[in-house]
Structures are given as structure tokens and as C-alpha cells.
Design a protein around this ligand. Sequence first.
Ligand code: CMC
Length: 429
Amino acid sequence: MNDAEPNPDRLTVTDSRTGRTYELPITEGTVKALDLRQIKVSADDFGLMTYDPAYQNTASCRSTITYIDGDKGILRYRGYPIEELAERSSFLEIAYLLLNGEMPTTEELKTWTAEITNHTFIHENIKRFIDGFHHDAHPMGILVSAVGALSTFYPESKQIHDPATRHREIVRLIAKMPTLAAFAYRHAMGLYYAYPDDDLSYTGNFLNMMWRATELKYKPNPVLEHALDVLLVLHADHEQNCSTSTMRLVGSSQADPYSAMSAACAALYGPLHGGANEQVLRMLNTIGGVANVPEYIRRVKAGEFRLMGFGHRVYKNFDPRAQLIKRVAEEVFEVTGPSPLLDIALEIERIALEDDYFIAHKLYPNVDFYSGIIYLAMGIPVEMFPVLFAIGRTPGWLAQWEEGLLDPDQKIGRPRQVYAGYLERHLKS
Ligand code: CMC
């Protein structure tokens, strides 16, 4: 490599096939993939493409919503550090921030909260739709279907270029997600559907719809209500992950937001995305006790299996969300009583953080290491974990969907492929 003549903001590429040299502009740390198209071996050559399965090094959009620096363990929504937001803001304030770019004033928050509260009910036919599912249907499967079905109840949602319509559908989706989630749970339990209570907070009302029994007025435990709110804040956005990219891609075809969000929920359903905290719980149960942790770690290091809840594609020093969640876990266990699973988790963390293998591989607890234990302590069954993740991620999905729609650089998403099949062949006569 020759670094004699620095040429700022340009990448000089020489194509060894032709000997030709090209100057590609560098903007915001990227070169435009389409600029490679001019690099050809002949006039009828299609031009050079990049090959990037899983988009590991491809920026698919410009975004002003969430900033992550994985090496430094930084997560910020609209510039605000996640630590400050988790400490001082409610989930509905964060939803407003993600969607509007600024924290709401007191008056704006009042209006926003009233709007969300007004839309928590779902059409009675959706209840019947949920009734049609088998008794052991996975609540995430119900959620994927019910969110998509909402588009048929609100056909005006297809007017995606009308800002007022977009706003109304965004409000509806944020408001109705906890209702759909709780109804999916109660269907599985064979319980009557508990309707929303407008006097309660967003998370207080969700707990009401999950747990209300014979009491006339459900009173959520304030510690659990706060803990759940913080968990939703921590999950509210995480830039271009699998489900968010799905939301943007489906949105790029100008589908209505219900259809796009149903697809995002489906992407989240996968065990590699929204299902990891369930795996953490299964692992802790398999370990069974603190005394068995060293042997389990030995087997992880021997390559027998992975330590679930450790490691992250982006965070390579620590996951800032995991540190915040650990504090929430302590508060929750003061209410629900100690959990033997937490003791096992703490022992894993203690040993792993001192161990050369985990240090060398940059493996630290991620957000899922603690969230599952907290949900379980609250009495939420394992199948509901990705559903809770979906409620939290809803404002992030919607903010990213709207940003994509309004971005003049965006068109319908349409990746290229490297065709590796038969070039041409013919049927036998
Ligand atoms: N336990 C043991 N070894 C691990 C682990 C782990 N949890 N994670 C990675 N490694 C090792 C892996 O074996 C490899 O070792 P070597 O280089 O010697 O072959 C090295 O670390 C790199 O692994 P990788 O799979 O290339 O790393 P990645 O960045 O592609 O994977 C990950 C990230 C999260 C998929 C992975 O760390 C993992 O499988 N973790 C366990 C599952 C989990 O907790 N997932 C939740 C992620 S957070 C949810 C979210 O934010 O959406």
C-alpha cells in the first residue's frame, strides 16, 4: 500500500483486470456502492458490485435516531445517553423522542399520553380473531397475525404520505400493542380479556391487562411498573437490526405500517433476535445451582456450547443496557423475593469476567442476560418474552419506518445477487 500522497475524501482504486484507476468520493465514512458500477472490464460488463450477505458492512440508510459505538459501549437515542434516559424518562417520553427528535415539553407529554391512552382499545372483532387461535398458540404468532390484521380495520392507513394519517396510525400501534400482547397471553391461559384502564400508566395498564382477576380496580406494584417501563426504554430502538431493517424494507414498498410492523414482529420472533433471553433461562435451569457453574464454564471454553446472554455482534466491551438492567433486577427481587437463577447468573458473570477466554474473545453479558430473569420473577411466562421485546421496540420501528419514508435517498429496497446457478440449459426434447 502506498500512503505517500494523501487524498482526503477520495478512495483511489486500481482495477488489476484493466489497469484502470478510479477515484471514489468518501462521504461520512462510506463509498457509494453505485460508484463501483463504473468499474468495468468491457462496455457491456454490468460493473462491479459488493458482496455482503447479512449486510455486515453495508449502511442501508442515513439515520438520525440511534447512535451505537460498540467498542466504547455507547448507546444514544437522538443524542441522549441511554443511562440518562433510563434513569429519568418514561417509555412514552422515549417514544415521543424517537419519533419527533426532541424530548416532549410537559404540555406535549400530556397531549401525547392522552392520545395513546385514547387508542388502547381494540375492535371487538380482533378479540374474536384471537379466539380463533388454538389454546396453545405461541403469543408471538398471535401478535404477528393480529398486528397485520389491524391493517384491514384501518384501511385509511394506506395513506402513508399524509402526515396526519401517519401520526394517527403510529399512535394506534403504540397504544394497541400492549392490549394485543396481554390478550394473546390471556387467550393462552384461558382467561377472560381484561380491558384497558385509562387511569393507569402505559406499563401499569399492561400489568392490569395481564394480571387483573376479580378486583374492580387493579393496582400495579410501583416497583414492577417502573422496572417494566425501564425495560421497555432499553429495548425501544437499536438502529438497523434484523427486525428494524425488515420494517424499513417492507415500508419501502409503501405498504401500510400495520403490514410492515407485522413483518418486523415476525423477524423478531426468531431465536437469534428476540428469543435469546428465553435461551438464557433454559441455560440457567440446566446449570441448576451455583456449584455447577465452574464445570459449565469449562465446557463452554471447550467449545461444547455457547454461554447464552454473553457476547454481541456490535458491543465488544460491554452492553450498556445490561449494566442498567442489572440494577433493575436488584429492585425487582426486593419485591418478588430472591431468585436462585439470579444467584447462578451472578456467579457466571463473576467467573466469566475474570476468565482469559472471555476477556480474549471480548465476551460480556448482553441485555438478554438479565431481562429473562426479571420477566420470570414478575410471573411472565417465557413465550411472552419476545412479545414484551416487541412492545418496547414498537416506537423504534415506527420512527425508523417514517424516517425511511421521508428520506429522498430511499427507493423500494431491492438488493442484487451474485447468480451462481446454471447459465443456460434446455429441456430435453
Ligand atoms: N459463548 C462462548 N463463546 C462465544 C460466545 C458465547 N456466548 N459468543 C461468541 N463466542 C466466541 C465464538 O466461539 C468465537 O470464538 P473463536 O473466534 O475462537 O471461534 C468468537 O467468540 C466470535 O464469535 P462470533 O459468533 O463470530 O461473534 P458474533 O459477533 O458474530 O456473535 C453473538 C455475536 C451475540 C451471536 C454471539 O456472541 C452469541 O452467540 N452469543 C450468545 C447468544 C446471545 O446471547 N444472543 C443475544 C445477543 S443480544 C440481543 C440483541 O441485542 O438483539
